[in-house]
Design a protein around this ligand. Structure first.
Ligand SMILES: Cc1cc2nc3c(=O)[nH]c(=O)nc-3n(C[C@H](O)[C@H](O)[C@H](O)COP(=O)(O)OP(=O)(O)OC[C@H]3O[C@@H](n4cnc5c(N)ncnc54)[C@H](O)[C@@H]3O)c2cc1C
Length: 297
């Protein structure tokens, strides 16, 4: 079978694309290596999506899942390993090879690491990139959050309600987050802000994190360090295609189409200025609508 379109990645961008494609009557397939909702499954609160005053990430994700089911959108839980161009394009997963006319890449981004010694071996043993997933393990303990943007601040606020003390460590002298979040954090007694400081080294003990040392010489005894220091694109699977910049982000035009006809990219994987749910869903809709128009021509 040759699908009209295959959507790779079912975070907000891929879900939105699949809704528009399916409602237009196209023959589609959606693939995700993890869970529908993507990053939403790992974030605490979303307070900036129009029409939804406040919702937690997993709840919004569950609503998307329900919408996919209601629309009977074909979905497979598979990891994409490569995509091949041609008049008929191929999507290779760990289990199958699929053929299609159009591909929408919506594989998002993953958290960047600090690049410190012991960091990878301590991941899951005192280092985390997901407060929502791991915060409860450190109830009543002291933890550190690294970063100064919206993600770092909102996750520090979430942890402050579970943990005894939260060190918020940022390398600059000002935060890059929304003022509302900064105000909330300034009023949170158990969040200690440490500015103009970087983590220099990690000290493990018995396979777990025991303390971190900052470049200002201070050592903090923490049970976990949560890092929010930026992201790297999730484009590892299709390195052979000439559609990425040197960092791995995909460049697209106003239709969210890459230089290769029929290959689209949407959401956090593309090169852009604003990485949010509202932009991801909008790009999904734009790419899908362009495909629908081309097919119906
Ligand atoms: C801590 C945190 C808090 C945030 N808070 C907000 C907020 O309050 N408001 C807001 O608007 N935005 C927020 N964001 C940003 C928002 O989550 C992202 O902009 C949005 O999720 C991007 O959607 P996406 O669909 O492009 O990617 P993602 O949501 O990352 O989804 C990508 C999907 O692709 C799948 N995938 C990746 N590689 C493959 C592969 N090889 N094969 C198959 N599937 C694959 C992944 O499993 C995943 O499901 C936050 C982000 C973080 C990290």
């Amino acid at each position: 079978m040759i699908y009209d379109a295959i959507v790779i990645g079912m975070g907000p961008a891929g879900v939105s694309a699949s809704i528009y494609l399916k409602r237009a009557g196209l023959n589609i397939l959606c693939l995700d290596k993890a869970m529908i909702g993507g990053t939403l499954n790992y974030i605490d609160k979303v307070d900036n999506y129009p029409g939804i005053i406040s919702i937690n990430g997993p709840e919004l994700s569950a609503l998307m899942y329900q919408q996919i089911q209601n629309l009977d959108i074909p979905y497979q839980n598979q990891s994409v390993l490569d995509i091949l161009d041609g008049e008929v394009k191929k999507v290779l997963t760990s289990k199958e090879e699929y053929s299609c006319r159009n591909i929408i890449i919506a594989t998002g981004r993953i958290a960047r690491s600090l690049g410190l010694e012991h960091e990878s071996e301590l991941m899951g043993h005192g280092i985390s990139t997901c407060a929502l997933c791991d915060g409860a393990l450190y109830k009543g303990k002291d933890v550190a959050v690294i970063g100064g943007g919206n993600s770092a601040l909102s996750e520090a606020m979430y942890l402050s309600k579970i943990c005894r003390h939260v060190y918020l460590i940022h390398r600059r002298d000002v935060f890059r987050a929304d003022q509302q979040l900064i105000d909330q954090m300034n009023n949170q007694q158990n969040v200690e802000q440490i500015l103009q400081a970087k983590v220099d080294s990690l000290l493990p003990k018995d396979g777990k994190l025991e303390s971190i040392t900052l470049d200002n010489g201070r050592t903090l005894q923490v049970s976990c360090m949560f890092t929010y220091v930026g992201y790297v694109p999730g484009t590892k699977f299709h390195t052979s295609l000439p559609i990425m910049d040197e960092q791995g982000y995909i460049e697209v035009n106003q239709n969210c189409e890459t230089e290769i006809k029929g290959i689209y990219a949407v959401g956090d994987i593309i090169k852009k200025d604003l990485y949010q749910i509202v932009t991801a869903t909008s790009e999904g809709a734009i790419a899908a609508t362009h495909i629908v128009k081309n097919i119906k021509k």
